[in-house]
Design a protein around this ligand. Sequence first.
Ligand code: BG6
Length: 468
Amino acid sequence: MPNRLPRSDALVLFGITGDLAKKKLFPSLYRMAERDQLDVPIVGVARSTWDDSVLHDHARQAILTARGAIDESVFAKLAKQLCIVDGDYNDAATFERLAAKLEGIRWPTFYLAIPPLMFSVVAEHLAAVGLTQNGRVIVEKPFGRDLPSAIELDRILHEHFDERRIFRIDHYLGKEAVENLLVFRFANSFLEPVWNRNNIASVQVTMAEEFGVEGRGAFYEDVGAIRDVVQNHMLQVVSLLAMEPPLDKDADALRDEKVRVLKAMRPIDPSHLVRGQYVGYREEPGVAPDSTVETFAALHLRIDSWRWAGVPFYIRVGKALATTWTEAVVEFRAPPRMMFTDDAVPQPHANTIRFRLGKDDGVTLGVQAKRPGRELATRDVAMRVDFDHALGARQDAYERLLDDALDGEARRFARSDSVQQAWRVVQPAFDQPSPIYFYERGSWGPEEASELLGHHHWHQPGDEQSQI
Ligand code: BG6
């Protein structure tokens, strides 16, 4: 059995009238058309009463909103490929019409941008019209709501699609800056000798968002921050920071190492988890007035491996925080003797490597350099690289992932075993929910999150600025 699937020859979008298509998929398809990479027909499926021209208007509007402008010749290329099958997912006739549209297509890709409850219905109907045989599916996170439901979801999908034909999107894996964690670690020889418990004091990953749930209250009520971003995005980032070198860059070699490090993570201890909720969340549309869903989570994660035993990994995520900022900070141990200090200046900070993973992506090394003057004393300086400046324009995560799935490239997708391991790690948060603490909008979350760190402290985005 070849490892890599052939390039797909059609993309079928279930849920084409939904939010994901509007915000992410149409703008990505447009950019693919712009780069002349859109070489497949796109068939949307939804119960809508829309025809192709309504769909085209909707797509145009979505692209305009996302980009601010549209190049008509590019849009024409996209529109030429884009059509809709209007129908109910419970109705066999919808799938007969779809099969007729896909006549002659050998390797269809089905993007299930629909609630997971509908997966089995859609898969059954696709199978009934013979479309699952060579088909592949793309599904979105969160994959399930906990470990048992994730296992059940896998069972449903595996009835019709073998693992190699399931592409689970965690869009963090499609971010260049996140993938850079792997390259930075394993393509630079200076890091490996120090990348372990002997030299690293702690690792922190922060995903802060300035905005609240923004109209997604009903979705969020069912999910909360731990399911929304910790189980997937954050544990993927930690895996890339902590994994052993893979045998090669093959999809399975990479994913094997990720699973190994996930297996070494202890299930989180609810007494080392702080859950928060921003004041005002309960007034959001779709949110229960007595909701105890967390919009903030901070936790201490332990990895029981030779490389990491005893090194705390801290994760902090939240909505309605002081700023929008995603970064991983690796903090090294202090030198064994502080020679260059005196009473007049504060103790130097330990070295850090900050991987900025959000919009302003790049890497900063926090080091010590000689403070000008007569004394042999030090001060903090930052050695900073901005990827925009150093590397130029890069593709958006969804654009890369769509093209990867069509291409049969699985490297940037989550494999079933790693998804289940990640659920195992966060499962205690659902089985023994810890109390919820309130925090003001625009803050850094509840005070209790600082206590979690003992003698460490949370690194803030401003720290880096003060070093430059
Ligand atoms: C999504 C979450 O997966 O990631 C959202 O559902 C979150 O709640 C988003 O806002 C953040 O993505 P990014 O790429 O803006 O960091």
